[in-house]
Design a protein around this ligand. Sequence first.
Ligand SMILES: NC(=O)c1ccc[n+]([C@@H]2O[C@H](COP(=O)([O-])OP(=O)(O)OC[C@H]3O[C@@H](n4cnc5c(N)ncnc54)[C@H](OP(=O)(O)O)[C@@H]3O)[C@@H](O)[C@H]2O)c1
Length: 341
Amino acid sequence: MTQFDLLLVGNGNVARRFVSLLEERRGVLGRRYAIRARVVGVKTRRSSAESTVDFIRAACARHAAAARERRLVVVETTTLDVAKGEPATSHVRAALAGRAHVITTNKGPTAFAYRSLRRAAERAGRKFLFEGAVMDGIPIFNLVRDALPAVTIIGFRGVVNSTTNYVLTAMERGETFDGALAAMQRSGIAEADASLDIEGWDAAAKTAVLANVLLGARVTPHSVDREGVNAAAAHRILAAQAVGRRVKLVASAEKAGGVVRGRVLLVDLPETDLLAGLDGQENALILHTDLLGEVAIVQRGSGLTPTAYGLVADLVSILRDVQRTRASRRSPGPARRDRNP
Ligand SMILES: NC(=O)c1ccc[n+]([C@@H]2O[C@H](COP(=O)([O-])OP(=O)(O)OC[C@H]3O[C@@H](n4cnc5c(N)ncnc54)[C@H](OP(=O)(O)O)[C@@H]3O)[C@@H](O)[C@H]2O)c1
């Protein structure tokens, strides 16, 4: 049995659902993977005056034995910051420096500092994983890493923000922009600061995450061409509807001549386009690959449970890595260390 000790950095909607999901799935995690997990520390913005980086350093030192045994995991679920991805990026660095693994649903660190954090994780021999950061834990990074060996991703196109897709769909039905947005805020799906969703920042951050991880880019949300959704879009939505088209907020990036360009733009799509078929909170991502053509991932339901599941999936990925490392230490030959996605 592997006992993971969890340090929760952020304890809002996602972290609380993660903890309850671990409890609900305790049986299957124990039987299938021999995983047990317990929370050994919690830090929120208001829980103490101590800085969160200091909390992480002290907690990693306090749990040094678990860190050494690769059982200490920092669960980073603080609020998204689209200016610099901070202080979450510093939280990840402090955790890796303390020899803890990091799992996060926060897009900030991967959108702003993916390469340097991946290098820090490799140097520390720990994992930095973020399956829940894009499309709520529906497998994207796991899929590419584990199920698409030797495939190169050359671009992608998708609808990756549930709030704006819900608002666009509601406006097609004649609902108001404000009413539809308020419904998303009540459900906890919209970001704490809903302007991040409607101004396209959340989608730009996801575009940066996808581009950095899947296309090897060095983009940030600020270098992504960005458009949002507002009440004035109603006219365009109804005009598109009248000619059998649908307006969607499409995130995309492709690699051309070694350069990656990311975009989040309102696009009128024909109804035959897979992205045009997405209603309400539905999301989809179409990966353009060199060997398999287009590979599409569709998310019909969104919410806290799939996002929290992304963290559970990351925990299982860490277990597999720990098991591989143990096995490679037992077997002769040079030790192998897998790269992050
Ligand atoms: N909700 C979703 O469906 C969803 C889906 C995918 C990804 N995400 C991402 O997951 C993350 C968490 O989302 P959420 O819905 O759980 O947010 P939330 O309910 O607003 O919770 C955020 C938590 O972060 C804490 N926090 C903020 N700044 C902090 C700091 N500097 N140090 C320590 N703690 C800090 C807050 O503490 P206080 O309460 O003390 O302020 C709160 O506990 C966000 O990055 C979000 O973008 C969310």
